[in-house]
Design a protein around this ligand. Structure first.
Ligand SMILES: *Cc1c(COP(=O)(O)O)cnc(C)c1O
Length: 412
């Protein structure tokens, strides 16, 4: 029997669809090109096709990812513990460095307890599906990180009867309206959760945590803050957005955060806050029960990174000075930068293809800045997202400002 070659199988449906999507992206200049880095992440990095370039698109805000002590901690850990336990935490997968790291995180943030995951994405995926029950409602900022959005979606699937609501970005009147609606909704019989990014990753602006705490108190709601871009960056000692706004760690019910940005840049995430919540996640979180722990090398490096931050708050000051210098430079050459006190400086250019083209031109000038467009940000608001680090010296910042000035002249 001969097989007909013209029949379209269900598998072909997928392959044809994937080819079409990729072609559409390529034709419209939206295809992402992954750069290969040949050495450590630092103020400058070596890219396979471009050589040494100044890096302005990493989340290495404190310059700790290549710090000699952070490196040494990872090397010592692999010598002492090997690659891992080949087990989830509750069976035989917890090393003493996990306990040490979790105590360090809790101490640093000034909260009761912390528990780590292989990523903040996983921490997000653990928190709401585990802590929420039918009758609860989660109220979320419309610009919250994708991991929060997906965690809410997952929660409503796993626990049918959990409600959700979304308020306009940082709009406290709308948050109040959503809290009021929840209070009036007789299907909302359980806990009310309000969740926000501390620092919003695409805008670089911050949540009004003080007002949010007051609203949560008024309505008896819990406040959850994902401060992945704020930890190590915001506040006098780098504790985060809450510190910047004059709040203490205990003013936030639960934090989620990452170890993959300012705190060493390796990988990993955590839930930190009130002990009942953390303990429930240990007992019942699905990412906790069914997925391996953070590699111990990474746990030890992250622990050292947090200790360095606690001992050297001047790193946070240097980052702040660098941000002020860079923002002033962008303004002087006439770029429209969104205002904010954070280390994220988005330069809005509008069109996705234009943002990518500008980013490519900068790279040829030895400056690595990423252009973001749809679907990462809304259509028409594509941007160059410049990220400043304490690793940068004035020469790197000047190199960036000079390259942007040249780009402006080329365009004119
Ligand atoms: C970067 C980021 C994450 C993801 O962190 P990972 O540890 O890389 O999973 C989660 N939430 C926010 C707000 C982030 O900015």
């Amino acid at each position: 029997m001969t097989r007909t070659t013209t029949r379209t199988t269900p598998a072909d449906v997928f392959y044809n669809r994937a080819d079409d999507t990729l072609k559409t992206l390529a034709d419209s200049g939206q295809l992402k090109n992954l750069q290969m880095i040949e050495g450590p992440m630092d103020a400058t990095i070596t890219l396979r096709d471009y050589g040494e370039v100044a890096c302005f698109c990493s989340n290495n805000y404190l310059g700790l990812s290549n710090h000699p002590d952070v490196r040494a901690a990872g090397i010592e850990a692999i010598e002492k513990y090997g690659a891992g336990t080949a087990s989830v935490r509750f069976i035989c997968g917890t090393f003493t460095p996990h306990e040490t790291l979790e105590k360090t995180i809790a101490k640093f943030l000034g909260v009761e307890a912390a528990y780590t995951f292989v990523s903040c994405w996983n921490a997000s995926e653990a928190i709401f599906p585990t802590l929420c029950e039918p009758g609860d409602i989660i109220i979320s900022d419309e610009l919250n990180h994708a991991c929060i959005i997906d965690s809410m979606r997952l929660t409503t699937v796993i626990k049918k009867g959990v409600h959700k609501a979304v308020y306009k970005h940082s709009d406290m009147n709308d948050l109040r309206a959503k809290l009021q609606a929840a209070q009036n909704n007789e299907d909302v019989t359980g806990a009310v959760w309000v969740v926000t990014d501390g620092v919003f990753s695409m805008e670089g602006d911050i949540a009004h945590l003080k007002d949010m705490r007051a609203l949560c108190d008024e309505f008896g709601a819990l406040l959850v803050v994902d401060d992945s871009h704020g930890t190590g960056v915001m506040g006098k000692t780098g504790k985060g957005t809450h510190e910047f706004l004059g709040l203490a760690g205990k003013d936030v019910d639960f934090f989620t955060g990452t170890l993959g940005k300012a705190l060493g840049g390796g990988a990993g995430g955590y839930i930190a806050g009130r002990k009942q919540g953390v303990e429930l996640v240990v007992q019942r979180g699905r990412p906790t029960l069914f997925s391996n722990a953070l590699p111990v090398t990474v746990a030890c490096s992250a622990n050292t990174a947090i200790e360095i931050l606690m001992n050297e708050p001047q790193r946070v000051q240097k980052l702040r000075d660098n941000v002020a210098y860079a923002r002033k430079g962008f303004r002087e050459i006439g770029f429209k930068v969104l205002e904010s006190p954070t280390a994220i400086c988005p330069i809005i250019v509008g069109d996705t293809a234009k943002a990518i083209a500008m980013s490519n031109k900068l790279l040829k000038m030895g400056v690595f800045v990423i252009g973001f467009g749809f679907p990462v940000v809304p259509e028409g608001t594509a941007r160059l997202r410049v990220q400043i680090s304490a690793a940068h010296e004035r020469e790197h910042l000047d190199q960036l400002i000079d390259a942007l000035r040249k780009l402006k002249t080329l365009e004119a």
